[in-house]
Ligand binder design. Structure first.
Ligand SMILES: Cc1cc2nc3c(=O)[nH]c(=O)nc-3n(C[C@H](O)[C@H](O)[C@H](O)COP(=O)(O)OP(=O)(O)OC[C@H]3O[C@@H](n4cnc5c(N)ncnc54)[C@H](O)[C@@H]3O)c2cc1C
Length: 468
C-alpha cells in the first residue's frame, strides 16, 4: 500500500510524467505517479510514437522486399502480407516498452497509484480506481496528463471505418482506399504505412502546403517525393462531412475557401488534424488553475501554474507536442522541485517525420528567419552527391544548414533523406553548443556515411563544398 505523503505526485505516466518521476526520485524526492490507463507510457508508448514506428519499420521493409531487394540480387519472390503477424510485431514493441517503464519506476522506488487523479485541494489528489478512492498528500503536483485527438465537426470517429491515429494502428485489413484528413506528421506517417501495405492513399489538407511549420522548400521537395510514391494530395481543401451509410464511405471535399463540394469515396477515413490538451476530470477549474484559449495549462518559465505547488509539463502545456520535449520538461521540473536550475532550450528541439525518406529539422526555417529579419547564409548538399547514399541507392533529399550571416552560428538544420532522424542529433548537439557552420565543416566525419552530407552542407554555407 502506497504511503500517502509525498514530495511530488505526478499525474500521468507518458514520457513527460514517468521521466519527471524518475528524475525526482533520483534527486531524493519521495515520488508517486498516478495513471488512469492499464499500462504506463501514455500516448507515446501505447498509441503514438512506438506503435507507429514499429509499423513504419515493418511496412518499409515489406516495401523494400518487393522493390529494392531484387535489384540488390536478393530473390525472395513477391512478399505477401501477414497483417496479423505485423500487428503482433507492433504489439510486442509496445509491450516491451511499457514493461520497461514499469521496471524503471520500481527500480527508482516511485510509487505507482492506479486510477483517475483529481486535484481536490492544495497538495491533495484524490485517486479513484479499482473500485476504491484514496487521497494522496504532497508538496508538489505535476500535471502531465498529455493530449487527446482533435475531433472534426460533422465527422464522427468510430475507430473502425472513420478512425483517429489510434484506430489506424489496429486496422483489421488493408483498406483499398484510405482518405487521410490532415497533411501533418501523423497523417503522413500512417498514410505511408498503409500505402506501403497496398492502400490507395489521398491526403486532404486545408492549407496550401503540407507539414505546416516545416521549412517550405523542404516541405515542397518532401511532397514531390511522397507523390512519386503514389500518395495523392488535395491541398487548400477541407473534408466537411463523411457519409457512412453505405458500404463505402463518401467524404465531401470542398475548397478551403468554400465552393462546390466533390465526393471522394474511401474504405477508411483517418482524421489526423492534430491533438488537444487533455485535462478532463482533473479538477483544474475548482483548483483555480488557469488555461489559455486553446485549453493548455498556463505555466511560467519554471513550469509553475498560477496556483502555488501545481506545475505542468508535456502536451498539456504550450509548445510542440513531442515526446522528447515532454521528457526534457519532466527532467527540468523535477530538478526545479529539488532546488536545482532545471531548464529546457526551446530553440533546439528536433522534429522528425519517420516516413521514407525521413524529414528531420531543428531550429529555424528560412521563413522564420526572414520574418524575424535575420540575415543568413544557406548551405545545401544533395544526397545524390553523397557516396554512401549512392552506394545504398538512397539518394533522395538533401541537407540544408542556415547560419547567421554575421557570426556563422548555426540557426537551423533541415534534413530530408534516409535516416535523417538519426542525423539530426549531430545538428542538435552542435546548436546546443552554439556551433558555427565552420565548426561542423571542420569536424572529421567518417567515410562513407550519410552524415558526411551534413559536413558538406556546412561547407556549402561558406560556398566550398567539395563533392558538388
Ligand atoms: C500516432 C502518434 C505518433 C506520434 N509519434 C511521435 C514521435 O514519433 N515522436 C514524438 O516525439 N512524439 C510523437 N507523438 C507525440 C507524443 O506521443 C506526445 O507528444 C507525448 O506522448 C506527450 O507526452 P505527455 O507525457 O505530455 O502525455 P501523454 O503521453 O499523452 O501521457 C499522458 C498520460 O496521462 C494519463 N492521464 C491523463 N489524465 C489523467 C488523470 N486525471 N489521472 C491519471 N492519469 C491521467 C493518460 O492516461 C496518459 O497515460 C505521437 C503521437 C501520436 C498520436
Amino acid at each position: 500500500m502506497a504511503d500517502s505523503r509525498y514530495d511530488v505526485v505526478v499525474i500521468g505516466t507518458g514520457p513527460g510524467g514517468y521521466v519527471c518521476a524518475i528524475r525526482a526520485a533520483q534527486l531524493g524526492l519521495k515520488t508517486a505517479v498516478v495513471e488512469k490507463d492499464k499500462t504506463f507510457g501514455g500516448t507515446c508508448l501505447n498509441v503514438g510514437c512506438i506503435p507507429s514506428k514499429a509499423m513504419l519499420h515493418a511496412s518499409e521493409l515489406f516495401e523494400e522486399a518487393g522493390h529494392a531487394f531484387p535489384k540488390m540480387g536478393i530473390k525472395v519472390g513477391k512478399p505477401t502480407l501477414d497483417l496479423g503477424a505485423m500487428m503482433k510485431f507492433k504489439d510486442e514493441a509496445v509491450d516491451g516498452n511499457v514493461k520497461g517503464v514499469d521496471f524503471l519506476l520500481k527500480k527508482n522506488k516511485v510509487d505507482a497509484v492506479r486510477g483517475v487523479g483529481r486535484i481536490v485541494g492544495p497538495g491533495r489528489i484524490e485517486v479513484k480506481g479499482d473500485g476504491k478512492t484514496q487521497t494522496l498528500e504532497t508538496k508538489g503536483i505535476v500535471i502531465a496528463t498529455g493530449s487527446e485527438v482533435t475531433q472534426l465537426k460533422g465527422i464522427d470517429i468510430d475507430e473502425k471505418r472513420i478512425v483517429s491515429s489510434t484506430g489506424a494502428l489496429v486496422l483489421g485489413k488493408v483498406p483499398e482506399k484510405l482518405l487521410v484528413v490532415g497533411a501533418g506528421v501523423i497523417g503522413l506517417e500512417l498514410g505511408s504505412v498503409w500505402r506501403r501495405l497496398g492502400a490507395q492513399v489521398t491526403v486532404v489538407e486545408f492549407l496550401d502546403r503540407i507539414v505546416p511549420g516545416i521549412d517550405l522548400d523542404v516541405a515542397k521537395s518532401f511532397q514531390r517525393l511522397l507523390e512519386r510514391q503514389g500518395i495523392a494530395f488535395k491541398l487548400s481543401s477541407k473534408v466537411t462531412a463523411v457519409d457512412n451509410s453505405g458500404k463505402r464511405l463518401k467524404a465531401s471535399v470542398e475548397p478551403a475557401a468554400g465552393g462546390k463540394a466533390e465526393t471522394v469515396e474511401a474504405d477508411v477515413v483517418l482524421v489526423a488534424v492534430g491533438r488537444v490538451p487533455f485535462t478532463e476530470g482533473l479538477g483544474l477549474e475548482e483548483a483555480g488553475v488557469k488555461k489559455d484559449n486553446r485549453g493548455r495549462v498556463i505555466v511560467d518559465a519554471h513550469f509553475a501554474t498560477n496556483v502555488p505547488g501545481i506545475y505542468a509539463i508535456g502536451d498539456v502545456i504550450a509548445g510542440p507536442m513531442l515526446a522528447h520535449k515532454a521528457e526534457d520538461e519532466g527532467v527540468a521540473v523535477a530538478e526545479i522541485l529539488a532546488g536545482q536550475a532545471g531548464h529546457v532550450n526551446y530553440d533546439v528541439i528536433p522534429n522528425v517525420i519517420y516516413t521514407y525518406p525521413e524529414l528531420a529539422s531543428v531550429g529555424k526555417s528560412e521563413e522564420e528567419l526572414e520574418q524575424a529579419g535575420v540575415a543568413y547564409n544557406a548551405g545545401k548538399f544533395p544526397f545524390t552527391a553523397n557516396g554512401r547514399a549512392k552506394a545504398n541507392q538512397q539518394t533522395e533529399g538533401f541537407v540544408k544548414i542556415l547560419a547567421d550571416a554575421k557570426t556563422d552560428r548555426v540557426l537551423g538544420v533541415h534534413i530530408l533523406g534516409a535516416d535523417a532522424g538519426n542525423m539530426i542529433a549531430e545538428a542538435a548537439v552542435a546548436m546546443e553548443f552554439g556551433a558555427a557552420a565552420e565548426d561542423i565543416a571542420r569536424t572529421c566525419h567518417a567515410h562513407p556515411t550519410l552524415p558526411e552530407a551534413v559536413k558538406e552542407a556546412a561547407l556549402a554555407v561558406g560556398k566550398r563544398a567539395i563533392h558538388m
